[in-house]
Design a protein around this ligand. Structure first.
Ligand SMILES: Cc1ncc(C[n+]2csc(CCOP(=O)(O)OP(=O)(O)O)c2C)c(N)n1
Ligand SMILES: [Mg+2]
Length: 358
């Protein structure tokens, strides 16, 4: 009998022997020191930004109720710590961000003027997309914020493209691509994981696991509910992060961004979070109990959590109240602006539309 040819490949290693397989290394680093050591100034900044998102979204909900916002409107209330923790660690003007339709918070976390965001919601000329995009289609190339996408999962592959551009231009930037637990079951997400890992792209994939995709709970739709593990087949390291704690999110961002900037390829981060409001403004929310929402609000709220931490560390309750007052004023001014600005002219129907063949 002929001998089997000797394989030139070294025998397969068991996962535990495979020391260059870094899937757990980032999580291990986070576990050692979970919370970012923020300065007093940074703490105040995180508090202000999360509160701005909360108050802005509450007001947007009211304007929607008054019929001043048309179309869809998906609020971010409850998830504030994710956008603020991650985006505060980005390099402004260099890194890019892309997300789905639940996008107002990400824009505010970028420091974009609340007036132009609110004016976009009410479909006014002064809006960031000239009033022609609305809630789901906000965009700012100036801030390298690439939307605002209504097609679930599409932002992940587009984010892969943005990361490829960073690599191609060798600009040192990275792309932060957010998507939901529901989007995580889209096929194109895994095609993107494959190419991103193969080409070592500078991208951080962030699953904002808010427990539901419209009315469907994660465990009813997902065979693997630990989303941070879903990059395993592509050798993408995963991180599981408490998305209700802005300091943990920021710490995870530091670790993930460092890894990506060192040219080590993509990271998949799962932020466990919760949305307090319905999927969109037209959601009757019959798929969960009031008690479930109330329990999270009382025990895990990201803003209350940070407030408690700040007071324990010397901040005065009155100063924090004053911040809230100032923010309410900013939001009121944004709402007045959004209600009183003119609508786009009819001729705007013919601008920003691709008509030529390509
Ligand atoms: C390709 C595609 N399929 C279905 C929809 C309808 N749809 C809109 S949002 C949504 C749920 C997505 O949930 P998730 O990804 O968890 O994000 P979340 O709304 O919780 O932020 C679905 C199915 C869509 N917009 N695009
Ligand atoms: Mg979801």
């Amino acid at each position: 009998m002929a001998k089997a040819p000797k394989s030139k490949k070294s025998p397969a290693k068991s996962p535990t022997e495979d020391t260059d397989f870094v899937l757990h290394s980032l999580q291990d680093t986070l576990e050692k020191d979970k919370r970012y050591k923020a300065s007093d100034e940074q703490l105040q900044h995180f508090y202000e930004q999360m509160l701005l998102i909360r108050r802005f979204e509450e007001r947007a909900g009211q304007l929607y109720g008054l019929g001043l916002i048309g179309g869809f409107c998906h609020l971010y209330i409850g998830q504030e710590a994710v956008a603020v923790g991650l985006q505060s660690a980005l390099t402004e003007g260099l890194d890019s961000v892309i997300t789905g339709y639940r996008d107002h918070g990400h824009m505010l976390a970028y420091g974009i003027d609340p007036k132009v965001i609110m004016a976009e919601l009410t479909g006014r000329e002064a809006g960031i997309s000239k009033g022609k995009g609305g809630s789901m289609h906000m965009f700012s190339t100036e801030h390298k914020f690439y939307g605002g996408h209504g097609i679930v999962g599409a932002q992940v592959s587009l984010g892969g493209g943005l990361a490829l551009a960073h690599q191609y231009n060798d600009d040192g930037g990275l792309c932060l691509a957010y998507f939901g637990d529901g989007a995580a079951n889209q096929g194109q997400v895994y095609e993107t994981f494959n190419m991103a890992a193969l080409w070592n792209l500078p991208i951080v994939f962030v699953v904002e696991n808010n427990q539901y995709a419209m009315g469907t709970a994660v465990k009813r739709s997902s065979a693997e509910t630990e989303f941070y593990r879903r990059g395993t087949a592509f050798r993408i390291p995963g991180m599981k992060v408490n998305g209700m704690d802005v300091l943990e999110v920021r710490q995870a961002a530091e670790i993930a961004f460092k890894h990506v900037r060192e040219g080590k390829g993509p990271v998949l981060m799962e932020c466990e979070t919760y949305r307090y409001r319905g999927h969109s403004m037209s959601d009757p929310a019959k798929y969960r109990t009031r008690e479930e929402v109330q329990d999270i609000r009382e025990h895990k709220d990201p803003i209350e959590g940070l407030k408690k931490f700040m007071i324990e560390n010397g901040s005065k309750e009155d100063d924090l109240k004053a911040i809230d007052k100032d923010i309410r004023k900013v939001v009121s001014e944004a709402a007045d602006f959004a209600e009183s600005s003119p609508e786009p002219k009819a001729s705007e129907l013919y601008t920003d539309v691709l008509v030529e063949e390509y």
